[in-house]
Design a protein. Sequence first.
Length: 249
Amino acid sequence: MALLEVFSLNLWYGDTKVLHDISFKLEAGEILSIVGESGSGKSSILNSIAGLLPQNARREGRILFKGKDLTLLSEAEHRKIRGRDVGMIFQEPSSYLDPLFTAGSQVEETLRSHVSRADFKSEAIGALARAGIPDPQEKYRMYPHQLSGGLKQRVCIASAIICNPSLILADEPTTALDVSVQKRILQLFRKLREEGKSIILVTHDFGVVAEVADRVIVLKDGRIAEEGDVFGIFDSPRADYTKKLLSAL
Ligand SMILES: Nc1ncnc2c1ncn2[C@@H]1O[C@H](COP(=O)(O)OP(=O)(O)O)[C@@H](O)[C@H]1O
Ligand SMILES: [Mg+2]
């Protein structure tokens, strides 16, 4: 059984249909990249899985995670899975982190919302270290404004992995970072894959896809334009849209 299976996902915001018949599978230990232009529906797919849709959204289809249909969960049940079994990383770490709390307390908070007893501090320091943060003890006490963009994103990654989720949803996680920092974050994703985690990595950048993805879904106007393994898509893209995106690289 695949870790995640999406069957015929359709999504509307009000009367506007934004996702059309999206189906795909994700295996354990796999990095799937969803690539497409801005507005093509990439975030909507992730938010459908995470149960983070706005009030006016209506969804059809099935999203099986470990065999359980996430579309049938109540908001409270979804919240239990989010953060624990499904970690999330977003584009702008600054807008995700609270400026008033230390990095360590924010990472700890994710664990606190899912378990009542633990050595929270040492777990948080461990997660900061696994996210590739040097001197995690020292960074634990720092506030977001004292950290660089790359370190802030690593704090968000620490928060996403502290509960040891099997699935990580990453929405343009390196878009706001400069290229060398971006490379190191992608390296970290490869390490997480080695640990058996599955990642859906949303990006508009085929360079990012080439760096880490096993498989790719090319999304255009809410539809899958092309899907395949990363080598096939780079060597012989079938859809004209994919060719156009690749030529921009
Ligand atoms: N909360 C919302 N309400 C109405 N329309 C939305 C909302 N969020 C996104 N959209 C629209 O849905 C489409 C897909 O958006 P999105 O999933 O954010 O695409 P992407 O992440 O690829 O840029 C776009 O046309 C966008 O304008
Ligand atoms: Mg988006």
